[in-house]
Every structure is written in structure tokens, then in C-alpha cells.
Design a protein around this ligand. Structure first.
Ligand SMILES: Cc1cc2nc3c(=O)[nH]c(=O)nc-3n(C[C@H](O)[C@H](O)[C@H](O)COP(=O)(O)O)c2cc1C
Length: 198
């Protein structure tokens, strides 16, 4: 089984990517049978949906950008889970994140290909309480529209998902509370994905 993670920051190797890597390490340490696939949107050109309509009946897009190379990765039946990691921009998910999620409408239109995949969300803010939970819930809404199974960070914390503070005075790697939510989220996504796969 594979779990795909999408880093939705404008910056390649900053806090959001760090969070996703940390999450994936937690998964593979606990579940070595799972492989992880990272999509780093900072290295891709994924434009907003232009409603060209090509995906109404076929798994194709009329735009000639990097989303096309993501289609086979995301529609792989071996994918059991999807983790979206986004920075908080102005109290909301990043524009990169929204553009990516909107483009994923093609998987809904062509047989609900994300149905029953397990979804988890990580939000990274510059402030301790800068909107991480609201952002997570807005990504959850998209996952529900895709008929996915959404999970949070599981017990014992059992809240919304991974909430990180990149503005920690000693660096994000010292946000121990936040990192624990990211670790737990990853393991919860993996645990439920394996249960769903039977
Ligand atoms: C346009 C913009 C808006 C931001 N708005 C918020 C915000 O509302 N709340 C918050 O906690 N941090 C906010 N930040 C800070 C980022 O969430 C933070 O720097 C985060 O680490 C960015 O992700 P990155 O390190 O992967 O680039 C904002 C940053 C930018 C560039």
C-alpha cells in the first residue's frame, strides 16, 4: 500500500515539507509495509482549475501543466491514503493547496477514485494559533466531497490532525506538541487505511 502526501507550500524545503517528511518517517517506522510518495507543489506548476471541461468524462485535463504527471500517481489503486500538508496563508489553506484540490475534481467525476481512501491534514502556521484547525477543517470538507474517509490525529489527543507552529523561537523541530500531532496523524491514516484494505 502507498500513502501519498502533498506539500502545498510555495517554498520547497521549509516547514511544510519538514512536517510531511516527519509524518512519513512516523508512518514507515510503525508500518514498514507502507510506502510513501511525496508530491511537492513548490516544484510543480499546478494552475487553478480553468473549467475547460475535458475531465467531465475522461481522466484528462485540457491544461498543459504539471498536474498531468500527477494523475497516474493519484489514481493508482494501490494508494490507500492521502495526506495534505498546507501552510496557513491568511487564515486559510494556501492557494497552491486550493488549486491542487480543485484540479482533483477529475477523480470525483470519473468514478469517485478517491472514495474510501483515508485522508488526513497537516496545517503549518507561523503562529501557535494562526488558523491551523480552521484550515484542516476546510481541507476535510474537500475530502468529504471526494467521499474519502477523514481521520484526525487519533487517541490519546484525538483532535483535528497535525497542527504545527513554524514560528517556534527555537525552530519547528522544537514544537514538540505539534510534532506529536503530526506523528499521530500519520499513524492514524496508516492504521485506518490498512483496516479498510482488509
Ligand atoms: C501570505 C501569507 C499569509 C500567512 N498567513 C498566516 C496566518 O494567517 N496564520 C499563521 O499562523 N501564519 C501565517 N503565515 C505564516 C506561514 O503559515 C508560515 O510561515 C509557514 O511556515 C509557511 O510554510 P513554509 O514554511 O512551508 O513556507 C502566512 C504566510 C504567508 C506567506
Amino acid at each position: 500500500m502507498k500513502i501519498v502526501g502533498v506539500s502545498c507550500s510555495a517554498r520547497k524545503e521549509k516547514a511544510t515539507r519538514y512536517a510531511l517528511d516527519f509524518c512519513f518517517r512516523a508512518i514507515t517506522e510503525a508500518y514498514p509495509q507502507i510506502s510513501t510518495v511525496t508530491i511537492n507543489l513548490a516544484e510543480k506548476e499546478v494552475n487553478v482549475c480553468k473549467v475547460l471541461g475535458h475531465c467531465a468524462k475522461k481522466l484528462t485535463c485540457g491544461q498543459k501543466d504539471d498536474f498531468n504527471e500527477l494523475i497516474p500517481i493519484l489514481s493508482d489503486p494501490d494508494v490507500g491514503g492521502l495526506i495534505v500538508a498546507t501552510p496557513v496563508y491568511m487564515g486559510a489553506m494556501s492557494g497552491q493547496c486550493k488549486a491542487f484540490l480543485d484540479r482533483c475534481v477529475m477523480f470525483r467525476r470519473n468514478g469517485f477514485l478517491f472514495r474510501d481512501k483515508v485522508g488526513g491534514v497537516i496545517a503549518v502556521g507561523g503562529f501557535r494559533n494562526g488558523g491551523q484547525e480552521a484550515v484542516i477543517q476546510s481541507v476535510h470538507a474537500v475530502m468529504l466531497v471526494q467521499d474519502m474517509i477523514i481521520v484526525g490525529d487519533g487517541k490519546p489527543g484525538a483532535h483535528f490532525g497535525g497542527t504545527l507552529w513554524s514560528g517556534h523561537p527555537e525552530g519547528i523541530e522544537h514544537d514538540e506538541v505539534g510534532l506529536e500531532t503530526v506523528r499521530s496523524l500519520g499513524r492514524r491514516v496508516a492504521e485506518v487505511a490498512l483496516k479498510v484494505a482488509g
